[in-house]
Design a protein around this ligand. Structure first.
Ligand code: PEP
Length: 249
């Protein structure tokens, strides 16, 4: 019922030429994939070139961040309008690296989510706990709080364009993955939170990804879990071979 969505977050990697060469390889191997959505998220500098390369393919274009205003005196920022203009469809917001290194909080993530939806773009909203929070038994409270705050004021009809990525911070780029059962348990909790905030209908249709050291070797087990609807992939999305293997789990 929910179409899985697998997104590659390339982070701060790849020149334009490198991005083009990666996306050309992905086009060859992933263009025939029909039963799941595949998204690539290059850095801003490569978006225009990658957008042109993806024309006429099944692959979707994503960005890794944005600001919430349309335009104006916000030096260094990129607006949803600009991303839309390039053919971007998805935008990752609230990634733990943005929250940690750039002090982004749920209030800002919420503003970005609303601005994106208003412009017809689809936010991939990242939530997840640190190791300290997990060890202190705070995972459930923290993740529920993030979901409540990040979705505040988003209307039920807009949820069809929202994706949530549950990314335990201790699993990002560390090689440590949550067990598929544990990832599913927290994702089911997020789904229950959506039911509480909206209704069963929205809870059943909202797509929730898992992210955190997803690799070809663990993708299938994760994706086969009942509540997991795809993956947000960092490191393993930088090589066509491993990203292909994950997409085709
Ligand atoms: C990410 O950046 O969202 C991520 C999950 O990274 P990695 O797959 O490298 O852990």
């Amino acid at each position: 019922m929910r179409t899985p969505i697998i997104a590659g977050n390339w982070k701060m990697n790849n020149t334009v030429e490198e991005a083009l060469s990666l996306v050309r390889e992905l086009k060859e191997t992933l263009n025939d994939v029909k039963d799941r959505e595949v998204v690539v998220c290059p850095s801003f500098t490569a978006l225009y070139a990658v957008a042109n390369e993806l024309k006429g393919t099944n692959l979707k274009l994503g960005a890794q961040n944005c600001y919430f205003e349309d335009e104006g005196a916000y030096t260094g920022e990129i607006s949803p309008v600009m991303l839309k203009d390039l053919g971007v469809e998805y935008v990752v917001i609230g990634h733990s690296e943005r929250r940690t290194y750039f002090n982004e909080n749920d209030d800002l993530v919420n503003k970005k989510a609303k601005a994106l939806l208003q412009k017809g773009l689809k936010p991939i909203i990242c939530v997840g706990e640190t190791l300290e929070q997990r060890e202190a038994g705070e995972t459930e409270t923290l993740v529920r709080k993030q979901v409540f705050r990040d979705l505040d004021g988003i209307e039920p009809y807009q949820l069809k364009d929202v994706v949530i990525a549950y990314e335990p911070i201790w699993a990002i780029g560390t090689g440590k993955t949550a067990t598929s059962q544990e990832a599913n348990r927290v994702i089911a909790l997020i789904r229950a939170t959506i039911k509480e905030m909206y209704s069963e209908k929205e809870a059943n249709t909202l797509r929730i990804q898992y992210g955190g050291s997803v690799k070809p070797g663990n993708a299938k087990d994760l994706m086969n879990q009942r509540d997991i609807d795809g993956a947000l992939v960092g490191g393993a999305s930088l090589k066509a071979e491993s990203f292909e293997a994950i997409v085709k789990y």
